[in-house]
Design a protein around this ligand. Structure first.
Ligand code: SF4
Ligand code: SF4
Length: 162
């Protein structure tokens, strides 16, 4: 909720156990060391083009235990895992790794957006994000490129071994 230029944070749904769990996963260079310098914000290419996304906001949401709001948000998925924030943070906060951890937890709790779920299904079933078919191989043959297998068995095998 916004009141003029002040952002009001509703802590009624705060789950501090979530914040503590995340702190345990990152015992060194934790989000708790953040002193709000905003170097991560000014380094983030996504924040530059979409004001909904802001790494510091996500760090604060983790700190305040706003798990449900974070997991159900659409902006969290905009992070491209480019590591610019993490590499520049003067406190060494492992921001990108924190984002990846949050996304993995959100998926495990059934909050992945449809596009992410579709990509996961494609990898599981084909071993690739972009499945090849006979049509692709016909196009390749026309320009003298060798035929490629339509599935990637090595990736499928790896996923089954997990
Ligand atoms: S760069 Fe690091 S210390 Fe600065 S606001 Fe971002 S996380 Fe916090
Ligand atoms: S890793 Fe994510 S949050 Fe960090 S700079 Fe890149 S896009 Fe932004």
């Amino acid at each position: 909720m916004e009141r003029n230029d002040i952002q009001v944070v509703d802590l009624s749904a705060s789950e501090l156990a979530f914040s503590e769990k995340m702190a345990e996963k990152f015992p060194k260079c934790s989000f708790k060391d953040c002193f709000s310098c905003k170097t991560c914000v000014s380094s983030c290419p996504v924040t530059l083009v979409d004001s909904r996304f802001n790494p510091l906001t996500i760090i604060r949401m983790v700190l305040y235990g706003l798990k449900d709001e974070l997991f159900k948000s659409d902006f969290m998925w905009l992070c491209s895992s480019c590591y610019a924030c993490q590499e520049r943070c003067p406190k060494g906060v492992r921001i990108t790794e924190l984002m990846i951890e949050i996304k993995n937890m959100a998926v495990q709790e059934g909050h992945a957006p449809a596009g992410i779920r579709a990509q996961a299904d494609l990898i599981e079933n084909n071993g690739r994000i972009y499945p090849l078919d006979d049509f692709d191989n016909k196009k390749r043959a026309k320009i003298d490129l060798p035929e490629l297998p339509t599935t990637c068995e090595a990736v499928k095998k790896l996923l089954k071994e997990d």
